[in-house]
Design a protein around this ligand. Structure first.
Ligand SMILES: *Cc1c(COP(=O)(O)O)cnc(C)c1O
Length: 344
C-alpha cells in the first residue's frame, strides 16, 4: 500500500537515479581515506556550502554533536534556543559526549533576543563555566527562517567575545530558497554548519558537517571515536551526490505545496498562521467544532500517516513523495473523517 506520509521529510525514499548511482558507485575503505565517492561528496558539499572542508556523517545528530565536541571543552557552556533540535531532540548528548552545559534561551521566530544572548555570555570568573559556543538553527524547527541580518548581529556578538558559532542547518537549503539567497550566504556567518541529505533532499542516509580544514580533521577523529567511521560508505555518498546535484532546486515545490495545504486546512476549519508557513511545514490547530479524536489512527486506516498533535497543534510536512494530488486526497479524507464539508 502506498501511504501519503505527512509526518516528516525524513520519510522520503531515494530516487531511481540515487539507486542507480548507489549500484554503480566506486568504493573503498573510507576510514583509510580510500573511498573516492565519499571524497567526491565531501568536496562537493564543502564547495556547495562555502566551507574549506566537509565530513560525511551518518546522521544530523552526529554532525551536530561532533561540532560541539570539536568546538568546546568539558565544562564549557553553550548558548542556544531552548526549543532547538540540539537542546530538545538529541537525547541530552551534549552533556554525555562533550560534557558541556547548555544555556537555553527563549526564541521568537527562531531567534534568541540579542540582548539576552549578550547577557548570557559568562564573564571571566573562576566560579563560572566558560562560554565557548553559540548554536543557531536555520531553518528553525518551527519551520521559520532566520533572516541574514540577524545572523550578522549574532556573528558580531560572537566575534567580540571570542565565541564560535555552529549552525544546525538540517534544512539550510529550504531556508536559502525562502530567503532567495545561496546557502553559502547563510553558512558564512557560522564557523561550522551541519545539513541533512536525508530529509527533503531524499538521500536514504547521511548528513554533512562542514567548516575549516582544521575543524573537519578534528571532527573526523571524533567521528571515529563515536563509531561513525564507515567503510565502503561510497554506496551512501553516491546517493548524497545526487541529492546535492538534483534535489536542491526542487525544494520550492514542497514550499508551494505547504502553502497549498495550509490554505485548504484553513478552508476546512483549522487555524494556520500563513506567515509562518515559510518552508515545507504547516502547523495547524483544529477549531473546536472539528472532531479530531484519534485522528492519526483513523487516517492510517485510509492510507494516510500523520503525527499526533502536540498541545493541540498538528505538524504536516510536505516533500517529494507528496504530490498536489495527494494533498487534495488528504484534505478530502480529512474532511470526511472529521465530518465537515470543505467551505470554499
Ligand atoms: C532532523 C534534524 C536534525 C537531526 O537529524 P537526524 O539525521 O535525524 O539525526 C538536526 N537538526 C534539525 C533542525 C533537524 O530537523
Amino acid at each position: 500500500m502506498k501511504f501519503i506520509d505527512l509526518r516528516s521529510d525524513t520519510v522520503t525514499t531515494p530516487t531511481p537515479k540515487m539507486r542507480e548511482a548507489m549500484f554503480s558507485a566506486e568504493v573503498g575503505d573510507d576510514v583509510y581515506g580510500d573511498d573516492p565517492t565519499v571524497r567526491e561528496l565531501e568536496e562537493l558539499a564543502a564547495q556547495r556550502i562555502g566551507k574549506e572542508a566537509a565530513l560525511f556523517v551518518p546522521s544530523g545528530t552526529m554532525g551536530n554533536q561532533l561540532a560541539l565536541m570539536t568546538h568546546t571543552q568539558r565544562g564549557d557552556e553553550v548558548i542556544l534556543g531552548e526549543d532547538c533540535h540540539i537542546f530538545k531532540y538529541e537525547v541530552g548528548a551534549p552533556a554525555v559526549l562533550s560534557g558541556v552545559q547548555l544555556r537555553g534561551l527563549k526564541t521568537n521566530g527562531g531567534m534568541m533576543d540579542l540582548e539576552e544572548v549578550k547577557a548570557a555570555i559568562r564573564p571571566n570568573d573562576i566560579h563560572m563555566p566558560r562560554t565557548s559556543l553559540i548554536c543557531l538553527e536555520n531553518a528553525y524547527s518551527s519551520g521559520e527562517v532566520v533572516p541574514l541580518h540577524y545572523l550578522e548581529k549574532i556573528r558580531e556578538i560572537a566575534e567580540s567575545h571570542g565565541l564560535k558559532i555552529h549552525l544546525d542547518g538540517a534544512r539550510i537549503f529550504n531556508a536559502a530558497i525562502y530567503l532567495g539567497v545561496d546557502a553559502r550566504e547563510i553558512a558564512r556567518y557560522a564557523d561550522s554548519v551541519m545539513f541533512c541529505l536525508s530529509k527533503g533532499l531524499s538521500a536514504p542516509v547521511g548528513s554533512i558537517l562542514a567548516g575549516s580544514r582544521e575543524f573537519v580533521e578534528k571532527a573526523r577523529k571524533y567521528r571515529k571515536l563515536l563509531g561513525g567511521g564507515m567503510r565502503q560508505a561510497g554506496i551512501l555518498a553516491a546517493a548524497g551526490m545526487v541529492a546535492l546535484k538534483e534535489m536542491v532546486d526542487r525544494l520550492c515545490e514542497d514550499h508551494e505545496n505547504a502553502l497549498y495545504l495550509a490554505q485548504k486546512l484553513i478552508n476546512l476549519g483549522f487555524e494556520v498562521d500563513l506567515k509562518k508557513v515559510q518552508i515545507n511545514m504547516v502547523w495547524a490547530r483544529a477549531k473546536s467544532h472539528l472532531n479530531i479524536e484519534d485522528l492519526p489512527e483513523k487516517l492510517l486506516a485510509e492510507g494516510i500517516k500523520i503525527n499526533p498533535p502536540i498541545n493541540g497543534l498538528f505538524r504536516f510536512v510536505t516533500h517529494k513523495d507528496v504530490t498536489k494530488g495527494d494533498i487534495d486526497k488528504f484534505v478530502e479524507i480529512l474532511a470526511k473523517t472529521m465530518q465537515v464539508g470543505e467551505q470554499v
